[in-house]
Design a protein around this ligand. Structure first.
Ligand code: HEM
Length: 143
């Protein structure tokens, strides 16, 4: 069954801090790993059909991220969704703008993109390029 429950960010942050202590791992490293793990976790469970539906390749999947989150929001009205926009798409790289009401989740996004690259069998480096205006920008560089 899919859980449509949401938690306060406060609880998530406390859990992260506790995990960081328990594993003696910086929170940012934990967030990268959590992002990668989330994709594997979603593939194994009831979220798989959403992943399958969202896109059959990395570029297509990323360009559908907003539509997918809007769809999920319909069944989770309390969720506060991020937004992703493809700013550049070439043979060498995809540049993606990430917008959120939350701060500090960039390492999580890095891990999610790494997990997606793995899911689609693509060898790529994920770089956080920085903040430009209200957007946090990432590059997925194909090897
Ligand atoms: C089956 C797949 C997915 C589902 C069902 C899903 C659902 C959700 C939900 C419900 C939230 C909001 C949490 C809340 O406010 O309570 C969320 C947040 C988020 N999602 Fe997804 N998501 C999926 C895949 C992805 C993927 C592939 C990415 C890749 C970049 C992504 C990026 C994010 C980020 C960064 C957030 C954090 C919220 C923020 O930045 O403000 N999600 N997602």
């Amino acid at each position: 069954m899919i859980s449509a429950e949401t938690y306060d960010d406060e609880i998530t942050l406390r859990m992260l801090a506790a995990a960081s202590d328990a594993y003696d791992m910086p929170i940012n490293d934990l967030l990268v790993r959590f992002g990668r793990y989330w994709i594997v976790f979603a593939e194994r469970g009831s979220f798989k059909f959403i992943l399958d539906f969202t896109g059959q390749d990395l570029r297509g999947f990323i360009s559908n991220l907003d539509r997918m989150h809007v769809g999920v929001q319909a069944v989770m009205p309390q969720a506060i969704m991020p937004s992703f926009r493809v700013a550049e798409d070439t043979a060498e790289k995809v540049v993606v703008e990430y917008r959120s009401t939350r701060t500090g989740l960039e390492p999580f996004v890095t891990g999610l993109f790494q997990g997606l690259a793995e899911r689609f069998g693509v060898e790529a480096d994920v770089q956080h390029l920085g903040w430009y205006g209200d957007a946090s920008t990432f590059a997925i560089l194909f090897k």
